[in-house]
Design a protein around this ligand. Structure first.
Ligand code: GLN
Length: 542
């Protein structure tokens, strides 16, 4: 639909961060899709890192990886999970990328004779980048989420570029302000901070057309009218952005308030019939499912859930597809390293266990014990990247009797280095964007659990690793019974491992990164099915 000259929607945070700007941006996109428009999101992050590949998940949340290998902010996961489209490098703008570009251009003589300035050089670069995304993606709408909040020094030049662009685009560009309304006591909503935040935005030459209010309580008439009067918008353009049981409900909650009608009318577009039926059906399955399973995730960063947000969401998607609620516990398996804690004490109540990706030594032995417990007790196990490597180590030590087997990431002197550094990684010195990244093809062996889950031979999953299964030790592991069910097309890289008995599958990839509410990741669907099956079997026994 549309004439393919894109329109632009900018989502600005005001007042405070952490209000769910990414979810709002993704929801706006999903609503537009439901009206027949295509939407491509851009996120601007003001930090001076080129990407977030070198950031600690504890500080910054999960590092998300795109098909083309771009390492980016976890909001990209939210976009893809809502919109279903695979994004690329150009969807992510950072302060680091912009300055790198400008300085490289300057050194190459791109601005000969001129002093290079924030305005116009940097702002022109930003506007050209955004317009190029619209053209390259052939989108009806480009959604631009500005990281942080208005007033942050590090995004001031970006907001200035948006002001200029709005002047040039006229009615084809619109701003959404996301704000927070506090209630001092029940029913006592305070809109003054929002008014001040709005004044700050307008002082930058930008007038938001729609205001979305997160809050302790839904807006009452009085609060809505105050925001309308002091922020220069009509009362119908002030929306509740309520706390919901599931984030996937936001498009529905906004549409109940006639969001798209107002949004489209600002662009001079007529309301279109809506199609959120399939989406709503999945949301009902999340909220009110038939079954419930309990899953333990044994990660290093159990204190920060954002570190594994894609794993959690992939479980939600796979569970919805199986009409199931998934109760997730973040279990610190380091406790298993103390002899007095038995795996059954810590893990006995779970229908399935996941060891997600990770780096470094800490907590490794506890994870290996957890994997052994799953294998011996027939508990469904899903190993993601590091989780697959440790599954191999466990099998090597306890079944193939390779005493001291390990990954050389953990023990360089292991007599049985079943996991070792990839040869091409040996020469890598720089840390930024140097792992094996992005979507790689894998061929699955027929008759395996991996093949059964995917239902096809050729798959493409996203990666982020430096280590791999050591092919020299593969024959010994296979002899002992470990099945390597997937390899790279040239046969060199082991991509999947699984047990013969029970449901235990490990993958060198991160299939959670491609899971969407409407297209759940096959291995997660297989895992949830196996967990349900085991739960039923256990109930029968009890
Ligand atoms: N540390 C391991 C590697 O680099 C696993 C990485 C991961 O789990 N993403 O290969």
């Amino acid at each position: 639909m549309g004439d393919k000259v894109p329109r632009y929607i900018v989502v600005l945070g005001s007042l405070m961060s952490g209000l769910g700007k990414g979810i709002v941006t993704a929801s706006v996109g999903r609503i537009l899709q439901s009206k027949g428009y295509s939407a491509s999101p851009i996120k601007f992050d003001g930090y001076l890192n080129v990407d977030c590949g070198t950031m600690n998940p504890l500080r910054h949340g999960e590092v998300f990886v795109l098909d083309d290998g771009t390492e980016c902010d976890m909001d990209f996961g939210t976009y893809e999970r809502f919109l279903g489209n695979s994004l690329t490098r150009i969807n992510s703008i950072t302060g680091g990328k912009l300055f790198q570009r400008i300085i490289q251009k300057e050194r190459a003589g791109g601005y000969l004779g001129r002093d290079v300035q924030i305005v116009p050089h940097l702002t022109d670069e930003i506007k050209a980048w955004i317009r190029n995304v619209g053209a390259e993606k052939k989108s009806d709408f480009v959604l631009i989420e500005v990281g942080g909040t208005v007033g942050d020094l590090e995004n001031a030049y970006f907001i200035e570029a948006m002001r200029q662009m709005a002047r040039e685009e006229g009615e084809r560009m619109l701003f959404i302000q996301l704000t927070y309304i506090t209630a001092l006591s029940p029913g006592e909503l305070k809109t003054k901070p929002t008014q001040h935040a709005n004044r700050l935005i307008t002082s930058m030459g930008i007038q938001p057309k729609l205001i979305l209010c997160r809050g302790d309580e839904p807006l009452d008439k009085d609060a809505r009218e105050k925001i309308s009067l002091f922020c220069n918008v009509s009362p119908e353009d002030v929306f509740d952005d309520p706390s919901l049981e599931t984030i996937y409900e936001l498009p529905i909650a906004l549409e109940k308030q006639k969001f798209s009608e107002r949004l489209l009318s600002h662009f001079g577009l007529k309301p279109a019939p809506e199609d959120l039926k399939g989406w709503s059906a999945l949301v009902s399955k999340i909220k009110d499912p038939k079954n419930e399973i309990k899953v333990a995730i044994s990660g290093k960063y159990t204190a920060v859930k954002d570190a594994y947000v894609s794993v959690k969401e992939a479980l939600v998607h796979a569970a919805a597809a199986n009409n199931t609620r998934v109760h997730i516990d973040w279990v610190d398996t380091e406790k298993l390293e103390k002899d007095d804690v038995k795996p059954s004490e810590l893990l006995g109540e779970y229908d399935g266990i996941i060891v997600p990706g990770g780096f470094g030594n800490r907590g490794i032995e506890g994870k290996i014990k957890a994997i052994k417990y799953c294998r011996e007790k027939g508990v469904p196990y899903l190993g993601l990247c590091l989780g697959m490597q440790l599954m191999t180590v466990e099998y090597a030590r306890n079944v193939a009797k390779m005493e001291g087997a390990n990954s050389t990431e953990m023990d360089e002197k292991s007599p049985y280095p079943v996991i070792h550094i990839m040869p091409e990684q040996l020469k890598v010195k720089e840390k930024g964007a140097t792992m094996r990244l992005g979507a790689w093809e894998c061929h699955l062996k027929k008759g395996t659990k991996a093949f059964e889950a995917y239902g096809t031979e050729k798959i493409f999953e996203r990666h982020r690793h430096r280590f791999e299964v050591n092919n020299e030790l593969v024959p010994k592991l296979e002899e002992a019974g470990l099945i390597f069910s997937g390899r790279s097309p040239d046969g060199v890289i082991v991509e999947m491992a699984e047990w013969k008995e029970g449901w235990g599958v490990g993958t060198q990839a991160h299939p959670e990164l491609k899971s969407r509410l409407e297209v759940p990741a096959p291995l997660f669907v297989g895992f949830v099915k196996a967990a349900l099956k085991r739960q039923k079997e256990k109930e029968k026994k009890d």
